[in-house]
Design a protein around this ligand. Structure first.
Ligand code: ADP
Ligand code: ZN
Length: 283
């Protein structure tokens, strides 16, 4: 407050005194705005800097779902989008694989479903999701990858959080099959690679953390077929369910070698066009 006062003109000081009960930040914003309007903008001061940094740090506070068949690229885009939009990326499949790796009680409970490409029972998934969404990093917004997968899960989500938009990835089936069969995952950090189109720099080793790459049990051809069936039967109908409720942003990818960055850019520009997000980072 002292710093603030010494740097303001008499007129502003008077104004500040009249509004003393306002929280400091609101006050700083008001003064700054007025100075702009009155054309009395001073050279940049410390408090301007604080305000600017604060504005920058503010996240988008948007809750999104990324939707599409297995192998559409949900995981690849989710991690990039989460970083860019400064929101939490939440992948239920990743959570289950992590629990399985650590051989926890939950991991042992879900392993059979996951490895066979079947859905984990709703009551288990809903509980996990609820806990994850209540963690601090999710309070700035989140993107859900692999949830919801059933109408039941979508209904449960409505009680947990408000969703701003569904990003629907449209990808032809031949790309899905080709992608899944050459997909590799980092055993340490979960990063996603592809032997044909998104290769690691050193074969079998994660670029990000040096972890060993492996093929998911459920990416083996017999299981992939089953997963696609499960998607058609149980998950795809969710699109109809969401149509009337939430804006659906559609992003189509017809080429297998389109770099993830291109798709991510497209998603962001579609989100802006639909007014779901305004700008990244500075608002
Ligand atoms: P993909 O999107 O490539 O199919 P995920 O990593 O999202 O793979 O999911 C892997 C497996 O984890 C699923 O096949 C399923 O067994 C389980 N799983 C993940 N999310 C859910 C969910 N929301 N409901 C039921 N099972 C799930
Ligand atoms: Zn890694």
């Amino acid at each position: 407050m002292l710093l603030l006062r010494t740097r303001l003109s008499t007129r502003h000081r008077h104004h500040v005194r009249a509004q003393r009960r306002l929280p400091l930040l609101v006050l700083l914003k008001q003064v700054s705005k007025e100075q702009h309007q009155h054309g009395t903008r001073r050279p940049q001061t410390k408090m301007d800097k604080i305000l600017r940094q604060r504005r920058k740090r503010k996240s988008l506070n948007t809750n999104l779902i990324i939707f599409g068949p297995p192998g559409a690229g949900k995981g690849t885009y989710t991690s990039r989008l989460a970083t860019l939009l400064r929101i939490a990326g939440i992948a239920t499949g990743d959570i289950f694989r992590e629990e399985m790796k650590r051989n926890t009680a939950l991991g042992r409970k879900v392993a059979n479903f996951v490895n066979k490409g079947e859905l984990v029972p709703d009551e288990i998934v809903v509980k996990i999701l609820k806990n994850r969404v209540s963690e601090p990093d999710s309070q700035n917004g989140f993107i859900l990858d692999g949830y919801p997968r059933t109408i039941e899960q979508a209904k449960a989500l409505e009680k947990i959080a408000k969703i701003d938009a569904v990003i629907r990835l449209i990808v032809p089936e031949w790309i899905i099959i080709e992608r899944l069969s050459s997909r590799r995952i980092c055993s340490k950090c979960g990063a996603i690679y592809n032997l044909l189109y998104l290769k690691p720099e050193v074969e079998g080793v994660c670029d990000k953390c040096g972890g060993r790459l492996y093929q998911r049990e459920d990416d083996k051809p017999v299981v992939v077929k089953g997963r696609l069936k499960v998607y058609e039967r149980q998950t795809k109908p969710l699109l109809e369910y969401y149509k009337q409720k939430i804006p659906i942003i559609e992003v189509e990818n017809k080429q297998i070698d389109t770099p993830p960055e291109t798709i991510v850019k497209k998603i962001i520009s579609e989100l802006k066009k639909a007014n779901i997000i305004k700008s990244i980072g500075t608002q």
